[in-house]
Design a protein around this ligand. Sequence first.
Ligand code: PLP
Ligand code: LYS
Length: 428
Amino acid sequence: MHGFAYKNGSLHCEDVDLSALVQEHGTPLYVYSAGTILDHYTRLDQALEGVEHEVAYAVKANSNLSVLRLLAEHGASFDIVSGGELFRVIKAGGDPAHCTFAGVGKTREEIEYALKQGIYSFNVESAEELRYLDKVAGELGMVAPAAVRVNPNVDAKTHKYISTGKSENKFGVDFEAISDLYARAAEELPNVKLRGLQMHIGSQLTSIKPFVEAVEKVTPLVKQLKADHGIEFWSIGGGIGIVYQDSLESGSVDWWDSKSEQDRPLTLAQYGDALLPKLKDLGLKILLEPGRAIVGNAGVLLTECLYEKKGSAKTFKIVDAGMNDLIRPALYEGHHEIVPVKEPGSERVKVDVVGPICESGDFFCQDRELPDFQPGEVIALMSAGAYGFVMASNYNSRPFPAEILVEGAEAKVVRKRQTLDDLIAGEA
Ligand SMILES: Cc1ncc(COP(=O)(O)O)c(C=O)c1O
Ligand SMILES: N[C@@H](CCCC[NH3+])C(=O)O
């Protein structure tokens, strides 16, 4: 079994009982299913069968070394956004020659590091950055492989903080300016080799429409760039959304197929079916940069209920994880399904589940009907595999939680819980 399900009255990840795991490792605890990660990676890879392509996992979503190693061993490429992420990929056995480097603010140090490691492409986000890349590469006597990120000005219809493909967003170069930029680069920038075009319109897209709109809008441009400059790849970015509501089953291998179309707005197969016909005859290598779709439903954050506080207006369940461990609810009002690890009965209570941080925004849900659970019991915040641990902080001097990777009946600690000494390491 992949993913998460109740067995013998207790929530399991694959064949590992999460109650037993918590007894051994404590809470808060991130737990990932290797089976789900590989299943979703494979499904996405298969969705583009029929066109030359690479699935470049977006490392930012979950950059644990063991997660990266798992994906590298199964042939993934990687999309990185910092020198630190490249370092992680290399340490995990990934091949820099299959890495693309995104981001609007690459430093000289990062550019030099990536050039020396021989990455596949710098995905450049402005004319100024392209010029700087040319300068740095020239000074090192190297030629930098590059693609420009086009901002197609398409509405991704997602949360405004994670929409990236509109003109008012800081990302990419205006669609109308791309042809001219490639022409000028060909004449003026001898230390840059433009080998592709990149785009990424936003994250957590649950409809195929914006993807189709962006691909249709940009297709004439890539054709022209191929004809004029011989570009060889088109990265259409990541952004495929996952289900956050009723997501207990979503890490299971059968889940993707078991949902009706209304319940599951966008499957990986639908994504492939809609886009493949538009991409397959371009004569270009197609790159995908999925993050959340691969790891999101593969992870949970386990946390213990410390207190139940009945106020005059609300009942609060106070747990030992906070917004410092999982910030998505505080930052985007992101919804994470909450289920007790001990299989619950049918009784429901309306509660706020809150953390120990001194912020009113430190909540995991508000006024939500949940199966009842008591202090001392452990709950799982579902679909926390993407943008969970990677966005954690030490706010309120709370140490980072541990991370566990489960494969079948084996549970491996892939990041130790931070100690109090770790917390102050390097401070004077
Ligand atoms: C350039 C780029 N590629 C890929 C991703 C991965 O996005 P997602 O996790 O939504 O697939 C992001 C984040 O939104 C990104 O900025
Ligand atoms: N951190 C965001 C996604 C950002 C995507 C990165 N470009 C989230 O949790 O939904």
